[in-house]
Design a protein around this ligand. Structure first.
Ligand code: KE4
Length: 422
């Protein structure tokens, strides 16, 4: 049994906690390969995949042009530790698409992107306090683990041991979508807040969209307070629009964190924004940040091949598929009288059971986790691999056509029939 064997040398048998199915119980699938909208496990079972590696695979698994780009790059050598033209082209492409990005630094993970953006904001403002939102997850750097989402929420960890109280004390946590709370904190900490960091659409408490005016309100408040506004678009970047949430909601932050889709499934992330802030970064400026494999040619190749495929038409297709799936899920909830709600933005969505609406982490935490676990396993039995946590987002790819959406809706209806009628 692979999971037992894995646990002998890997803590918890996984290299990232959310993969261990702690939120739904059971033994995690070990995946052997993926093709388009499907993944295959070590027992040869085929599943319609809505995990999408937690967001990167907007083109589906093993997209031929992404695979070819990685093959071609690898054949020329995997890494040089020196600048390459491909990094310039990717930076130019990202800065052309992402409204706030005048300059960009490539890193290898979303955690590095968020950690570095926060350090940059602290240096640029000469301040130390960071405001984040309950349930938002910005990777696992020490200061970011206060009331985080994703695996921290899934495992119901209070935060994390090992983070010195002094670090946590610099992070102030307020409820998502609560403009008054943000205004109060910025007033109270007048002149001490370096940055407000937010997932413009929360994806780590399940999907939670910003209320009307929330993002523009954050923009105004941070402007007035002299604090840097950081959009963590590691999930939403290139996912909910070509220019991410800042294009979809027409609100421009000072800095942005990007990842997942940007790397096309390889380890690539980035942070970018106003040139006057980014130029504080070494070697242009004094703020140190570095990475052996930053801008790695294989990851840059995969990212460029992915962005090339993401045109306006692609986003219309993803929007349509997402809306179709939401309609199917909601129709079944209504038909069987199952309390629940679907939160969706574009091709990322979450099904919350037992609650009427979810606008922040407290409301997400009220959702019925036991029913979610039964839902997860019920869908798996019917060939659909949904994210194994009530606090994550399900993702559609361009490979999820009408047939795939119908299959997922049918599986949900069959599960609901069984759940209600036994
Ligand atoms: P990574 O360090 O995992 O590449 O990125 C951290 C990160 C930063 N910001 C946001 C908004 C994120 O969602 C993430 C990572 N997301 C989780 C799941 N939602 C990654 C899955 C995992 O931890 O295995």
């Amino acid at each position: 049994m692979l999971f037992e064997r894995a646990q002998r040398n890997i803590p918890g048998g996984v290299n990232s906690p959310v993969r261990a199915w702690k939120g739904v119980g059971g033994t995690p699938l070990f995946i052997t390969h993926g093709e388009g909208a499907h993944v295959f496990d070590a027992d040869g079972n085929r599943y319609l995949d809505f995990v999408a590696s937690w967001g990167p695979l907007i083109l589906g698994h093993a997209h031929p042009r992404v695979v070819a780009a990685v093959r071609e790059a690898a054949a020329r050598g995997t890494t040089f530790g020196a600048p390459t033209e491909g990094e310039i082209e990717l930076a130019e492409e990202v800065c052309a698409r992402v409204p706030c990005a005048e300059k960009l630094r490539l890193v290898s993970s979303g955690t590095e992107a968020a950690m570095s953006a926060v350090r940059l904001a602290r240096a640029f403002t000469g301040r130390t306090k960071i405001v984040k939102f309950d349930g938002c997850y910005h990777g696992h750097a020490d200061g970011m683990l206060a009331r985080a989402g994703s695996g921290v929420a899934t495992l119901a960890l209070p935060d994390s041991p090992g983070v010195p109280a002094g670090f946590a004390a610099e992070t102030v946590v307020v409820p998502f979508n609560d403009m008054d709370a943000v205004a109060a904190v910025l007033r109270e900490l007048q002149g001490a807040v370096a940055a407000v960091i937010v997932e413009p659409v929360c994806g780590n408490m399940g999907v939670i969209a910003p209320l009307q005016g929330f993002l523009s309100g954050l923009r105004e408040l941070t402007e007035k307070a002299g604090a840097v506004l950081i959009f963590d678009e590691v999930i939403t970047g290139f996912r909910i629009a070509a220019g991410g949430a800042q294009e979809r909601y027409q609100v421009k932050p000072d800095l942005v964190c990007l990842g997942k889709v940007l790397g096309g499934g390889l380890p690539l992330a980035a942070f970018g924004g106003k040139g006057e802030i980014m130029d504080w970064l070494a070697p242009a400026g004094p703020v140190y940040q570095a990475g052996t494999l930053a801008g790695n040619p294989l990851a840059v190749g995969a990212g460029r091949a992915t962005l090339v495929e993401l045109s306006g038409e692609t986003y219309q297709k993803l929007e349509k598929a997402g809306a179709e799936l939401q309609r199917g899920l909601e129709a079944t909830l209504a038909r069987y009288g199952i309390a629940g709600t679907v939160n969706r933005v574009g091709s990322m969505l979450t099904l919350f059971f037992g609650v009427g609406r979810v606008r922040n982490a407290d409301e997400a935490r009220q959702a019925d986790r036991e029913r979610f676990a039964r839902f997860f396993h019920g869908m798996l039995e019917r060939g659909v691999y949904w994210p194994p946590s009530p606090f994550e987002a399900a993702f559609l790819s361009v490979a999820h056509g009408r047939g795939e959406v119908a299959a997922a809706s049918d599986a949900f209806r069959e599960w609901a029939e069984h759940e209600i009628k036994g």
